[in-house]
Write a protein that binds this ligand. Structure first.
Ligand SMILES: [Zn+2]
Length: 359
């Protein structure tokens, strides 16, 4: 099982104790030895005085799960888990919230040759994405998040309603290494932007999440570029002032439009139904992943790794591993290209250029 990969080092610590005890008690006959070792191991697991089995001072339940109940904050990314600091890493999120063990979870790997082209996935209508606002950017202990005044809306693109922007946040790797949540044909991009929207008539995200189509997230990948993307200066320049959990600061005026590709470069996208990618993992999200990545140079990408988790360690690897599709279909818009071969790609671009000539 996958979780063994992460638990083995800590189990080894117990095994090591067992071996030491066995070595010291070498005059005792073998069968008794095993009993002693088993008892010692049991004490190591159950004694309240041994921190090995506790997290945040909470006793380990059922011998393998570390949790305090359904507290949304009581989870961590794999990068935060160590034998000295046990926390509910992604494989244990279903113990934080049962929905994390559901059958329509996000993120996923998108296998482009298995996507189904859907003619209903037309271009989006973005309203007031150009509108300038003064946001507050916050280190919330898991990511950086910006609350957005509920002015900008998105509709079309096969969405069943009009959705208004609520907040955006990012997921990244280590020093510009792989860090996106979704992957395309197994490729993990350095970072991923999530602009979270809810149906226009809802007042808050909690209410929207009770509707199986209440939330629409627009996801964008980043790629490393040779030159800096100046449109990201307002965000990147303040990261050093929000290094610690709960730090926040005002952003210089920005618009959502300046953070994402131009509208004509947002006609190629993938669509599927999934969940939030952090606990509570609620399965109420219509996902859109745009093919066109956003460029940032390596210095810009690396700046995100300067942020700190609550325990002061670098905030890196803030992504959930990809989840099973469980029979879900991923659709692609008319514009999305299947990267079968470079020849095909060139042909597709040539066709697209031909079609886009002014009439
Ligand atoms: Zn996210």
């Amino acid at each position: 099982m996958l979780m063994d990969k992460y638990e083995t080092p800590c189990k080894n610590a117990i095994t090591l104790k067992k071996q030491v005890i066995v070595f010291v008690a070498s005059s005792v006959e073998s069968e008794t030895l095993q009993k002693h070792a088993a008892a010692a191991s049991h004490r190591a697991r159950s004694s309240p005085g041994i921190p090995l089995d506790t997290v945040h001072g909470i006793r380990r339940k059922g011998g393998e799960v570390w949790h305090r109940g359904s507290n949304d904050e009581d989870w961590c990314y794999q990068t935060q888990f160590t034998c000295d600091h046990k926390c509910n890493a992604p494989e244990k999120w279903n113990h934080v919230n049962g929905d994390c063990g559901g059958r329509s979870q996000s993120p996923i790997n998108i296998v482009t040759r298995k996507t189904l082209k859907d003619e209903r996935l037309t271009p989006f209508q973005f309203k007031d994405y150009q509108k300038i606002f003064r946001g507050v950017i916050k280190n919330n202990g898991h990511s950086v998040k910006v609350e957005v005044p509920h002015l900008s809306t998105v509709s079309g693109g096969g969405l069943p309603a009009t959705y208004k922007a609520v907040q955006f946040h990012l997921h990244w790797g280590t020093n510009g290494g792989p860090g996106s949540e979704h992957t395309i044909d197994g490729e993990q991009y350095p970072m991923e932007l999530h602009i979270v929207h809810m149906k226009e008539h809802y007042a808050d995200l909690t209410t929207a999440l009770a509707d199986p189509e209440g939330v629409a997230v627009l996801g964008f990948f980043y790629e490393s570029s040779s030159s800096a993307n100046k449109k990201y200066d307002p965000i990147i320049n303040v990261l050093r002032s929000i290094k610690s959990t709960n730090d926040n600061t005002s952003l210089l005026p920005i618009s959502l439009a300046q953070l994402i590709p131009s509208e004509q470069n947002m006609t190629s996208y993938y669509r599927y139904k999934g969940s939030l990618t952090t606990p509570s993992c609620t399965e109420s999200v219509i996902w859109t992943l745009f093919e066109q990545p956003i460029p940032l140079n390596m210095d810009q990408l690396r700046m995100f790794s300067e942020l700190k988790f609550q325990d002061g360690k670098p905030m890196v690897g803030t992504f959930r591993p990809v989840q099973p599709l469980n029979g879900r279909q991923v659709y692609r818009s008319g514009g999305a290209v299947i990267l079968a071969s470079s020849t095909l790609l060139v042909a597709a671009i040539a066709t697209a250029l031909g079609l886009s000539q002014p009439i």
